[in-house]
Ligand binder design. Structure first.
Ligand SMILES: [Zn+2]
Length: 51
């Protein structure tokens, strides 16, 4: 179901997609995180929103 409300879309972008995923253990970290909170790996990738 597509989101039509631009405000909700923006919210969804910020809350659901502005995260970093650890390449090692796959856990979600905050966008500002430099290290994984679970395994302390610095190998994080940003999860980007795809249209
Ligand atoms: Zn990790």
């Amino acid at each position: 179901m597509p989101i039509r409300d631009p405000e909700k879309l923006q919210l969804a972008l910020e809350s659901n997609f502005k995260v970093k995923i650890c390449r090692k253990c796959g856990s979600r970290n905050s966008w500002n995180a430099e290290r994984c909170r679970r395994c302390k790996s610095r190998d994080l990738r940003p999860k980007r929103y795809k249209k």
